[in-house]
Design a protein around this ligand. Structure first.
Ligand SMILES: Cc1cc2nc3c(=O)[nH]c(=O)nc-3n(C[C@H](O)[C@H](O)[C@H](O)COP(=O)(O)OP(=O)(O)OC[C@H]3O[C@@H](n4cnc5c(N)ncnc54)[C@H](O)[C@@H]3O)c2cc1C
Length: 276
């Protein structure tokens, strides 16, 4: 595959995504794993794994490192980045992460338990019209202009520094301030109100550590806040599969790994059928 195209693109580098990648690779598929820093998986916070066969006493970090080692030994490509957009076009999926675009014939969503955070008022309505989820993707549009960074995850200051470095006049709000912000504008963003004070801005960057699957893929069927799937882990959009905590409880490694395996086999079957 060239650097950006593959058969199966896996979103999320936790146990479900890694398991799916190993199975898809074993089926002869070209695979790319795209996800935030794997050590941001909740598993990295587990002191001791108590209920996964054969691993008594291992820490979550050590288990993740071992799983990542499996990816590396298999030669499976992994890119660290926050996925901010998915577009389906002509039977292929284009996925944006940071400033790059990747494409694949099938997607496996393995993004962990989805964020329950409510959108900021005005965020959904003005997305793409002054509201952005990605400083590196859209920052240049606001060069020389005043923008607000609503930092709801750990990357806000880093992205604010990037925006300043390319010539934006940046107001950066920490998570406590940002979660009560309000974005204003009719056709485009005109202002942001934080702590009762209105600031005129041309753009607002709403930055979370992750973007939920339902926000990435408009129209994706959800059930109780999780991606709805059938027994083969197929989601409601043809060519999209999902596995692990993002499809529901119980949130457990064994379940995530098993579902990743099933999703990869189903994605392989889908591509075979499609290419007949
Ligand atoms: C403290 C703690 C202890 C635990 N202990 C145990 C235990 O002992 N045994 C057990 O079975 N389970 C345990 N769990 C649960 C276990 O960690 C999860 O069930 C498991 O990690 C789920 O794997 P996953 O691959 O579905 O999701 P995750 O491990 O959450 O991985 C998903 C990955 O996708 C990334 N991601 C999400 N959205 C995006 C995006 N838009 N762009 C890029 N990347 C994105 C996330 O950052 C994350 O790295 C524990 C959980 C916690 C919090």
């Amino acid at each position: 595959m060239d650097g950006s195209a593959c058969d199966i693109l896996i979103l999320g580098a936790g146990p479900a995504g890694i398991s799916a990648a190993l199975t898809a690779h074993a089926r002869g598929r070209t695979v790319l794993v795209l996800g935030a820093d794997p050590m941001a998986s909740p598993l990295a916070r587990a002191e001791r794994i108590g209920n996964y066969p054969g691993l008594a006493g291992m820490s979550g970090r050590d288990l993740l490192s071992a799983m990542l080692g499996d990816l590396e030994r298999a030669g499976i490509k992994r890119v660290t980045g926050r996925v901010t957009g998915v577009v389906s076009f002509g039977g292929r999926f284009m996925v944006s992460a940071e400033q790059d675009v990747y494409q694949a014939g099938a997607l496996i969503l393995a993004m962990g338990a989805q964020q329950r955070a409510k959108p900021i008022p005005g965020e959904t309505e003005l997305l793409g019209r002054g509201v952005s989820w990605c400083a590196t993707c859209d920052g240049m549009l606001y060069r020389g202009k005043r923008v607000a960074v609503l930092s709801l995850g750990g990357e806000g200051e880093r992205d604010a520094a990037f925006l300043r470095s390319i010539g934006c006049d940046v107001l950066c709000f920490d998570p406590t301030q940002a979660k009560n912000a309000q974005i204003e504008g009719t056709d485009r963003v005109t202002a942001v109100t934080v702590g009762g004070k209105k600031h005129a801005v041309a753009g607002v960057f709403v930055l979370r550590d992750t973007v939920a699957a339902s926000a990435l893929l408009p129209g994706l069927a959800m059930r109780d806040g999780h991606v709805a799937v059938d027994g083969d882990m197929a989601a409601s959009i043809p060519g999209v599969f999902a596995a692990g905590d993002c499809v529901g409880r119980p949130y457990q490694i064994a379940r995530a790994v098993g579902q990743g395996n099933t999703a990869a086999l189903a994605a392989d079957g889908y591509l075979k059928e499609r290419d007949k």
